[in-house]
Structure formats: C-alpha cells, structure tokens
Design a protein around this ligand. Structure first.
Ligand code: UD1
Length: 429
C-alpha cells in the first residue's frame, strides 16, 4: 500500500491548478444513463472514484471514450470523456461495485426513470457514521415508485413510469436531491422539491440536465421545480471547479504560511469557508479566474466553526480546518452537524502533538506552538488530507499510511504541493 512522506516546515509559494469537482463529476456521469445519446463531460478529474464509477456504468451498458490530449495541454488534468448509454443492458447495480463507493447508489434515479426499474445494492463508501437511504426511498415513492428491500438490495419499480409530485425533504441531502432531480426530469408532469440541497454541484447537475433538454428551475434555492419531459438528448458540459480541493489548499497555505494562487476556481463557491479563514488572519483575495491565499509572518487566530449544508461551512472541510486550528492562537470549538462520526482524524492529529478534546459532536481544539512529525493513518478521504496539511506544518517527518483514500478525491496531490515548495513524496508498495 502506498504511503506519503512529508518533511514539514516549508512555506508554500506558487500556483496550484484546481481540478474539476469530484462531487459534481460523479452525478454528471450518472446522468448519462438518462439518454441514449452521448453526454460529453469536460474537466473530469482523474481520480479513483471516477474510474470506479466508469466500471459501474459500464456494467449497465454505458460506453465511454476519452478524448486525446492536445500538445501543450497538461497531462492528467481535466479529461474530456464521452459517455453513451445507447442500450441499458442491466438494471442491477451489484454489491461488489456499489459497496466501494456510496455515490454509485445514485444510479437508482436514472435507471428507474428511463427503464422503470432498478435493483441497487445498499451502499458503502467512507466510514463516517451511518449513512441511511430513507430519503431516497421516500422521495422516489412520492414519484410513484414501489420500493422493497430484498436481501441487501433495493428493488424499485414504476411500470407505468414515474409521475411528478411535490416532495418536502425532512432533512437536506445532497445525494437524494441529485437523484430526485434526475428521476423527475423524465417523470410525467411537474415535480416540486422543497428543502432541496443548494450545493453548487446541484446547480451544475441541473445546468447539465437542462442542456440535455430537461426543464428545471430554481436549482441553488431550497425549491426546485422540474417539468418532466419524455426524452433527454446528449449535451456537452464542463464540470465545475472543486470547491473542497480549493478549500483544502487554502488551508494548507494558511497552515504553512506563504503565498499561493489557486487557479481555475472561484471564491463564490466557498465564501463561508474563505470568510472563516479571513477571521483566522489569513489573507484571501478573489482574482479573475482564481483565488490568492497568503499569510506572511502573522499567526493564526482561533475561530469557532459549525458545519452546515451549503451555503454553510462544508463538512468536507471540517478535518482540514481542524488541522489548521491545532496551531492557532487560542482555543476553538468545531461542531459537526452533518455526520455523526466524522472525527476519526482527531486521534491521528493527536499523534502529531495536537490537543483536542471530543465531546459528542463538538471538538475543542487548544492551539499548540508546534506539531512534530509522526507516522499516522488515513481513515477517510477528507481526514487523510487533514493529516497531510498538518504534516506540512509539523517539524520533521510525517508518514501518512493508507493513502488510497487520498487518491479517491485529490488529483495529483503530491505534484501540486511539490510545485509550491513542499517536500512530499509517495512511497510505493
Ligand atoms: C455528499 C458528498 C459528501 C458530503 C455530503 C454532505 C458526494 C459524492 N458526496 O454526500 O462529500 O460530505 O454530501 O455535504 O457528493 N441522510 C439520511 N438519509 C438519506 C440520505 C442522507 O439520513 O437517505 C443523512 C446522512 O446520513 C447525513 C446527511 O443526511 O447525515 C447528509 O447526507 P447527504 O447530503 O445525503 O450526503 P451524501 O450525498 O452522501
């Protein structure tokens, strides 16, 4: 298993190109199941989760091809991939595939809408607490599907097709909103989703579906209206920049000091998180086509944070922010409200010398003057990168084990950090 070795202490200076968003690319790829035409996605990040989803979609009969690179284009960054689901050959998503990545469960929406049936294994994914699927089941039932659970599989059917309805989510869910958007696009009549997730990735999916011929309005607000159509066509769509990758590198610069331009991203995607960095004493400047993050000399102030659905502070940046707070001046309280067990990074940060007390969903972080490098273990995607950030600021060597979690969500992490002066290397095997 690969490991990452970091020699901490260097400031970061330079430019980091931001990749396409994993959390947008996955639902966009799944949307290709809605049409027999070709959906072309640009700026698709090269990540283990994307490769895994390509395999899962292939199992349903989706063909794909990757457009060749032009000379001078950076290899690996932002591929263009064409997906064609001419014939759906299988409406079952098996346990062996779905258990590896939770988002693959979302195929249930398009399969049900287009084929009027789906048999999808209950999901797996990051070990960050129980992640039920009740909201998916309830909302698809509201559109007229019959749903049963049979030996670990959700068996959904809508023999006469789905019918539009008004559905109020009792709790905000990104995944269930994605699925309902896709399902309602091919339902008969109008669907109104209340208390919808407002994440930029929802807006991106709605824009792509509209380019495919769907009639969706209100994405990005709590109320989304979808006028069902009988068929969708192909389209060409560019995946939006990854706001979590953006925030992660912003926090890395905050932690090490230095001056970095995050290129190809937008401050509008994460204004809450950038505002919090500003309060902590980090320089943040919105540029045309990017963000400049800098910290020259001054220390980091402790700031309290509570995670919330968009536009609140993202749970996917909680671990990285906690890493930053371990070296802040003062004590900060970090409250996790989205997932019940998303503090696995706490004991690993403690190995580097962080002082963190956990009480239920609240972590109290007492800033220390220095962290010292140590071997640590990556436990999930965002937790692993928080250890990398802490390692960049720690004195001496940090060895991050089990980095396959990082490869699920961060494209060419070591390369991007090295280009800004970090001493980071991957040890294979
Ligand atoms: C997505 C993101 C993930 C992010 C999360 C919250 C992708 C691929 N993943 O995950 O990175 O951390 O949003 O911003 O986009 N819930 C239920 N019942 C359900 C569905 C969800 O109770 O049927 C709960 C979950 O357990 C959780 C909360 O709702 O407590 C929010 O989860 P959700 O927004 O659905 O997260 P994901 O879509 O899985």
């Amino acid at each position: 298993m690969d490991r990452i070795r970091i020699r901490g202490g260097n400031e970061l200076r330079g430019t980091i190109p931001i990749s396409g968003a994993k959390n947008a690319a996955l639902p966009l790829m799944i949307a290709s199941l809605l049409t027999d035409d070709t959906l072309t996605l640009e700026n698709v990040p090269h990540l283990a989760d994307v490769e895994q989803l390509i395999r899962i979609l292939g199992n349903h009969g989706v063909d794909y091809s990757v457009t060749g690179k032009r000379i001078g284009q950076e290899p690996g960054l932002g591929r263009t991939i064409h997906f064609t689901a001419r014939n759906i050959v299988d409406t079952t998503a098996p346990y062996e595939l779905v258990s590896k990545m939770r988002a693959s469960f979302w195929v249930i929406g398009p399969l049900l809408a287009r084929m009027h049936k789906a048999r999808v294994s209950l999901p797996g994914g990051c070990a960050i607490g129980t992640r039920p699927v009740d909201l998916f089941i309830d909302s698809l039932r509201a559109l007229g599907a019959t749903i049963e659970i049979d030996r670990g599989y959700i068996v959904a059917e809508a023999p006469g097709g789905l019918k539009g309805a008004r559905y109020v989510f009792p709790k905000v869910s990104v995944g269930a909103t994605h699925v309902l958007l896709m399902a309602a696009s091919l339902a008969r009549g109008e669907t109104i989703i209340e208390n919808a997730a407002r994440e930029p990735e929802i807006v991106d999916l709605a824009a792509c579906l509209n380019a495919m011929g769907a009639k969706i309005s209100g994405a990005g607000t709590p109320t989304i209206t979808i006028e069902g159509v009988t068929a969708l066509s192909g389209a060409r769509h560019r995946v939006l920049p990854d706001r979590i990758e953006t925030g992660t590198y912003a926090m890395a610069v905050a932690m090490t000091g230095g001056d970095v331009t995050l290129q190809g991203t937008s401050a509008d995607l994460l204004s809450q998180a950038l505002g919090t960095l500003g309060q902590a004493g980090v320089g943040v400047e919105a540029l045309d086509g990017g963000i400049r993050v800098f910290r020259n000399g001054g220390g980091i102030q402790a700031v309290d944070v509570m995670t919330d659905p968009f536009p609140g502070f993202p749970t996917d940046l909680q671990a990285q922010f906690m890493a930053l707070m371990t070296m802040a001046d003062g004590t900060s309280r970090i409250t996790e409200t989205i997932f019940e067990n998303r503090f696995m990074h706490v004991q690993e940060l403690a190995r580097l010398g962080a002082k963190i007390q956990l009480s239920g969903q609240i972590a109290t972080v007492e800033g220390v003057r220095r962290l010292a490098g140590a071997p640590v273990m990556a436990t999930d995607l965002r937790a692993s990168v928080s250890l990398v950030i802490a390692g960049l600021a720690a004195e001496g060597e940090t060895l991050v084990n089990r980095v396959y979690h990082l490869d699920r969500g961060f494209e060419r992490l070591e390369e991007k950090l090295r280009a800004c002066g970090a001493e980071v290397e991957r040890i294979s095997g």
